[in-house]
Write a protein that binds this ligand. Structure first.
Ligand code: G3H
Ligand code: 13P
Ligand code: ZN
Length: 314
C-alpha cells in the first residue's frame, strides 16, 4: 500500500536520524520530476499542496496527478499532505478527499486559540485515519526579529509551550520556528538556526517528530543561472545545507522544500529561452525543466539523508 500516512516515515526518520522531503507540487511536470527522483533514489516521499497551488491548478487536477504518481510507484511510500491549511473546513475537505496528512496552521493566533483549532482538526482527522501537523511560533530569520531576548522568545518556538501544545491537542507532528523562513529572500547575512531549541524540544518530548518549513537553500548556482539568463534576483539567500543536514539528524523528521524547485525550474527555462530564442514548443522547455526538478530533488534527498530509506518506511 504505497499511499501512507507519515507515521511510519517519521518513526524511522527519528530513529535513524534523517528527514523526509516534503516537496510542493503545482503541476504535472513538477510532480513527475519529484517522483522520478524518489523512485531512482528509493526514498520515502511527502507530496504537498499549498493554497497557492490549489488556486493555480485546482484540487481535483492536483489530486489526480498525485494519485497517478502513487499508483505507478508501488514500492515508494508516499504521503499526500495539505500544506498550511488555515481553517477546519479546508482541513476537513482534504481529509474527505483522501489525503493522508493535513496541516492546520493556526500559528498566527494566540496560543489558546491555536490549541483549540488544532484540537478540532485532530479530532476529525484521527477519526478518518489521517495525521495532523500544526505550527507553533512564527517563521523568520533570527536576525530579523532580534531586538532583545524577549523578542526572540516571541517569534521562535518556546520548547516549554511545545509540551503543553502537544499534550492538549494530540497532534502528530509540529512545525517549529527555529530561524528558517519561506521564499528566496530569507536572510541578509548567512543565518544561524536555533539548533539548541530543537535539542531542547527533543529532550522534553523524546520521540516526537518536528517539521521544518522554509528550508530551501537558494543555491547560488541556480540564482547565478537565473541572473545570467536575464533574471533579476539580487541578494537571494536561503538556509545552508549543512544546517538542514544537522537538523535532519535531530528531531526534524520532515523538511519542506518549494523555493529550490522553483529556482531549478526557472533557471532551466530561462536557459532554453536564451539559447534557443526560436523555440516555441512548451515540451522543449518544460521537459528540461522537469529534468532540473528531478536533479534538484535527488540532491536534496542526500542532504536530508532519506535516499535508500523507502523500504523501511513501508
Ligand atoms: O508555504 C509556502 C509554499 O512555498 C507555498 O507557496 O502559496 O506560493 O504556493 P505558494
Ligand atoms: P521554502 O520557501 O524555503 O522552499 O519553504 C517551503 C515551505 O515551507 C512550504 O510549506
Ligand atoms: Zn511552509
Amino acid at each position: 500500500m504505497p499511499l501512507v500516512t507519515t507515521k511510519k516515515m517519521f518513526e524511522m526518520a527519528y530513529k535513524h536520524g534523517y528527514a523526509v522531503g516534503a516537496f510542493n507540487v503545482n503541476n504535472m511536470e513538477i510532480t513527475q520530476g519529484i517522483i522520478e527522483a524518489v523512485a531512482e533514489e528509493k526514498a520515502p516521499l511527502i507530496l504537498q499542496v499549498s493554497k497557492g497551488a490549489r488556486e493555480y491548478a485546482s484540487n481535483s487536477y492536483l489530486t489526480a496527478i498525485m494519485n497517478v504518481a502513487v499508483k505507478e510507484n508501488p514500492d515508494i511510500p508516499i504521503a499526500t499532505h495539505l500544506d498550511h491549511g488555515d481553517n477546519f473546513e479546508t482541513c476537513k475537505q482534504f481529509v474527505d478527499d483522501g489525503f493522508t496528512s493535513v496541516m492546520i496552521d493556526a500559528s498566527k493566533f494566540p496560543f489558546e486559540e491555536n490549541i483549540r483549532m488544532t484540537k478540532e482538526v485532530v479530532e476529525y482527522a484521527h477519526k478518518h485515519g489521517v495525521v495532523v501537523e500544526a505550527e507553533l511560533g512564527q517563521l523568520g530569520g533570527i536576525e530579523e526579529h532580534v531586538v532583545g531576548v524577549d523578542d526572540v522568545e516571541k517569534h521562535l518556538t518556546d520548547p516549554k509551550q511545545v509540551v503543553e501544545f502537544v499534550g492538549k491537542t494530540g497532534v502528530d507532528s509540529l512545525a517549529v520556528a527555529v530561524g528558517t523562513s519561506h521564499g528566496a529572500y530569507k536572510f541578509k547575512t548567512v543565518p544561524k538556526l536555533a539548533i539548541d531549541r530543537i535539542k531542547e524540544i527533543q529532550r522534553l518530548l523524546p520521540g516526537f517528530p518536528l517539521v521544518m518549513h522554509g528550508s530551501s537553500t537558494v543555491l547560488k548556482e541556480f540564482v547565478d543561472l537565473i541572473n545570467k539568463y536575464g533574471g533579476k534576483m539580487p541578494n537571494a539567500m536561503g538556509v545552508p545545507e549543512s544546517a538542514i543536514t544537522e537538523a535532519s539528524k535531530l528531531a526534524i523528521c520532515k523538511v519542506n522544500i518549494d523555493t529550490d524547485l522553483r529556482l531549478a525550474m526557472t533557471a532551466k527555462i530561462r536557459q532554453v529561452f536564451a539559447e534557443k530564442p526560436s523555440e516555441f514548443d512548451p515540451r522543449k522547455y518544460l521537459g528540461p525543466a522537469r529534468e532540473a526538478i528531478k536533479a534538484m530533488v535527488k540532491h536534496k534527498l542526500h542532504v536530508l539523508g532519506c535516499a535508500g530509506k523507502a523500504a523501511e518506511c513501508l
